[in-house]
Design a protein around this ligand. Structure first.
Ligand SMILES: [Ca+2]
Length: 376
């Protein structure tokens, strides 16, 4: 009988391939030439000893879950402001936020005094980011950043910078670089700062001699306030106000004008776009459209402080959720706010999972403003 060799080889491969240990290119970071070049480069730039960095990276491992989470979804569903909002303006965030307000009242007041950022904004960021330290993430930061720096080309430049920052942070904090954990994108602790932001903006707000974003919220409170002030927070100025767009108006060019508040009240008025309320702010604004499928678009004017919140996470949805959670916390503290979920029960929102992960991925990209062209 003639053996059908052309079928034999694929069959043999099918049988034996699974038995051969598969060694992907990223298996051992310390053995890779591109990784060694990176180590040499950062060692020279920062007067670091290359050997311990190399040794640390030899303990890092590729984490496929990190790649899965950072990747944009293959199919993008319709964005829904209502769904996004319902994930953050709810009983869980309000209760935890009010409790944190009481617990950290003294430091929140001090942060406002020193940095000009009101307590409810700081609390809202802590709420949206991690629900006051509940969800800081369980990814080993060194491996997560190595995976993104060396095995995810679209964001390699950013994450190589963050990996370098992690080594410098570890040196400054006298910690093992492998001892950090946080989000899959390398964000750390209650405020989810990337290592570069920890180095640049973190403050030891409780004065115990070190920055600790995991033990409690004290250092996070001062650090968030400092971050916002450094990005241009204006004490006492408004964040955003609902806008009315006249039926004849075409908001598209104004929305496309970008995230910088560049639209003067006169130009907006001329186009038929007006702030709602009695005391319109004289400052420049950006026009924000909040879309929910099947509903009218909600329009808002975002002022300088809205823009500053987008420096924490470059998303209008994110900044608006922070602003509205802040308002809800303030109103609840004075006894006025009834969360939507209680006032009028709606269909349960889908679990955040993928969409939230995506948002958080970007949230973590907290590079200094001048290094960042435009983000999210
Ligand atoms: Ca401290």
């Amino acid at each position: 009988m003639k053996i059908q060799t052309r079928y034999l080889l694929p069959r043999l491969l099918a049988v034996f391939l699974p038995l051969i240990p598969w060694t992907p290119a990223y298996a051992d970071y310390a053995a890779r030439a591109d990784v060694s070049a990176f180590v040499e480069e950062i060692a020279v730039r920062n007067q670091l000893d290359a050997a311990p960095i190399h040794a640390a990276l030899s303990r890092a491992s590729h984490n496929p879950r990190v790649i899965e989470l950072i990747k944009p979804p293959a199919t993008r569903g319709a964005r829904s402001w209502r769904r996004y909002r319902s994930r953050f303006i709810d009983r869980i965030h309000l209760d935890a936020g009010l409790q944190a307000w009481t617990q950290y009242a003294a430091n929140l007041r001090r942060a406002e005094k020193e940095y000009g950022v009101p307590p409810e904004i700081i609390l809202a960021i802590l709420g949206v980011e991690t629900i006051y330290g509940r969800n800081t993430g369980n990814f080993e930061t060194l491996s997560a950043l190595a995976t993104l720096a060396f095995d995810y080309p679209p964001r390699a430049e950013l994450f190589r910078g963050e990996l370098e920052a992690l080594f410098l942070l570890a040196r400054e904090q006298e910690r093992d670089p492998a001892s950090y954990s946080g989000s899959y994108a390398g964000a750390l602790g209650w405020p989810q700062f990337l290592p570069s932001s920890v180095r640049r903006y973190a403050v030891d707000f409780d004065g115990d001699g070190r920055v600790d974003f995991n033990a409690d919220g004290n250092d996070a409170i001062g650090s968030i306030a400092n971050y916002l002030r450094e990005h241009g927070w204006v004490a006492g100025a408004p964040v955003a106000v609902k806008a009315q767009v006249a039926p004849h108006a075409d908001p598209a060019p104004f929305i496309e004008a970008g995230v910088e508040p560049s639209l003067t009240p006169a130009r907006l008025a001329e186009a038929g776009i007006h702030p709602l309320g009695d005391n319109p702010h004289a400052g420049n604004a950006t026009l924000i459209d909040l879309e929910t499928p099947g509903e009218d678009v909600e329009y808002w004017l975002g002022y300088r402080n809205f823009y500053v919140i987008t420096r924490y996470n470059r998303s209008n949805f994110y900044a608006m959720a922070v602003f509205q959670l802040a308002n809800a916390l303030r109103d609840s503290r004075s006894g006025g706010f009834v969360p939507e979920s209680r006032a009028a029960p709606k269909k349960a929102a889908k679990p955040a999972s993928r969409a939230k992960a995506r948002v958080k991925a970007k949230a973590k990209v907290r590079k200094p403003a001048q290094r960042r062209k435009t983000r999210r």
